[in-house]
Design a protein around this ligand. Structure first.
Ligand SMILES: [Zn+2]
Length: 219
């Protein structure tokens, strides 16, 4: 099964916001760099997939990113945090506490002295019409990003609160805390008023293939 790993760039009146930082480019040459050859994950990554290269393709330098929102700190969502030393990283406080020193959240990619983390609690404003919303279940303190776009309406970048569209359709997902995770799925559905085309799930190849990818945009 092939699944995508992606990040979102939001252009706001208050600066550029990045949602998740993707996989570290060490995986281009060494696909098993994080979890070793025994892992069932086989990472396929090319140099143009690296977040800094993707941003460059739309004319953005890393130091222009004002805020990074990490849904959570797994290596496919926080792998390039180190590329953004000028940014403020918004992460739920209970997630930071859970991830610190936890081998399932390799600190080499995010627990970096020069990075500035802003621990948040619950819903928090990021910019006008943009807020983080707590969606725990996949991990304590997991969060998603809700943005009210002028033309598209509200969209939600789910992170691993929803891997696939089917998770949202059926209201079920495999998670360490399934009760919390199912509440989070219902919450996301309520945020997009059941219009699942406006819920951007984390790892759904079919859904992802139909989205506008940079340089195309949603407005
Ligand atoms: Zn993920």
């Amino acid at each position: 099964m092939r699944i995508p790993v992606w990040s979102g760039l939001l252009r706001t009146d208050e600066g550029l916001v990045l949602f998740d930082t993707g996989l570290h480019p060490v995986h281009i040459e060494r696909p098993d760099a994080t979890y070793g050859p025994q892992s069932s994950l086989a990472i396929v990554m090319s140099s143009e997939d690296a977040i800094v290269a993707r941003l460059a393709s739309v004319g953005v330098r890393p130091d222009e990113i004002a805020v990074v929102v990490n849904s959570h700190l797994h290596f496919d969502h926080a792998g390039n945090n180190g590329a953004f030393p000028k940014a403020t990283f918004v992460v739920q406080a209970d997630h930071l506490a859970f991830a610190k020193g936890n081998p399932r959240f390799p600190g080499v990619y995010w627990d970096i002295a020069e990075l500035t983390y802003l621990p948040t609690t619950g819903r928090a404003r990021i910019a006008k019409g943009v807020e983080v919303v707590p969606t725990p279940g996949h991990a304590p303190g997991h969060q998603s990003l809700a943005a009210d776009l002028p033309e598209s309406g509200r969209v939600v970048l789910c992170g691993d609160a929803a891997f696939t569209r089917e998770n949202l359709e059926r209201g079920v997902i495999r998670a360490p805390d399934e009760a919390a995770a199912e509440e989070s799925l219902a919450y996301i559905r309520s945020l997009v008023k059941d219009d699942l085309d406006r819920a951007f799930v984390s790892h759904d190849m079919a859904a992802w293939s139909g989205w506008r990818s940079a340089p195309r945009t949603y407005r």
